[in-house]
Design a protein around this ligand. Structure first.
Ligand code: AMP
Length: 196
């Protein structure tokens, strides 16, 4: 099974080729077609399995058509600054042949600088939950969000982000696609999956 057979389009295939990926990993084979069909996903995936590209590729493909005057179209929440930076790097590599704006919003970095980046327009936000909520309180609008990703959901809950996620979720439009990835399926994660 190749990336092409999974339905991945040319600008992404070219980027995949540049990265030297020959074949999709197991999680990519399972997840990419479902996300392209706009299904919600609740998947068990460890770091190192290729899960970032499993959600990033179909999200990029979904957002390939620019929409005029649209705000933020995808939010990717992750537990740590380091993981957010890694996801941001992976998305930049995969979208190198596309016109798509991404912004990273993590704690410990200059809030004003992040606000200026948002004011320039962005389609994809990669964020830690607490910092995203700070931006929402300063006026960031989520009413155009089409895809909401919770990466390493179990770690986010263990790190105390439940409250932030519970506050962020109701601000998303009713119709959106949710992709939840977790290494473990604890009761807390199951409860969260029912909420979102
Ligand atoms: P992740 O699980 O997203 O942290 O990915 C782990 C590593 O696998 C990263 O260094 C990716 O660049 C790499 N990777 C992702 N997909 C593939 C693939 N299909 N073939 C080879 N390497 C990959």
């Amino acid at each position: 099974m190749s990336f092409e057979k999974l339905g991945v389009f040319k600008p992404l295939l070219d980027a995949i080729h540049d990265l030297g990926y020959e074949n999709p990993t197991t999680v990519q084979k399972r997840v990419i077609p479902l996300v392209l069909q706009k299904k919600d996903i609740f998947a068990s995936a460890q770091t190192g399995t290729g899960k970032t590209a499993a959600f990033a590729l179909p999200i990029l493909q979904r957002l390939r058509k620019p929409v005029e005057n649209r705000g933020v179209r995808a939010i990717i929440l992750s537990p740590t600054r380091e993981l957010s930076i890694q996801i941001h790097e992976d998305i930049k590599d995969l979208s190198k042949y596309m016109e798509i704006k991404t912004t990273i919003l993590v704690g410990g970095k200059d809030l004003e600088k992040q606000k200026r980046a948002l004011n320039n327009g962005t389609e994809i936000i990669i964020a830690t939950p607490g910092r995203l909520f700070e931006h929402i309180q300063s006026g960031l609008n989520l009413s155009d969000v089409e895809v909401f990703v919770l990466d390493e959901a179990d770690r986010m809950l263990d790190m105390g982000f439940t409250k932030d996620i519970r506050k962020i979720h109701p601000l998303l439009p009713k119709r959106h696609q949710t992709l939840l990835f977790s290494a473990t399926f604890s009761d807390k994660v199951r409860k969260l999956s029912k909420l979102i």
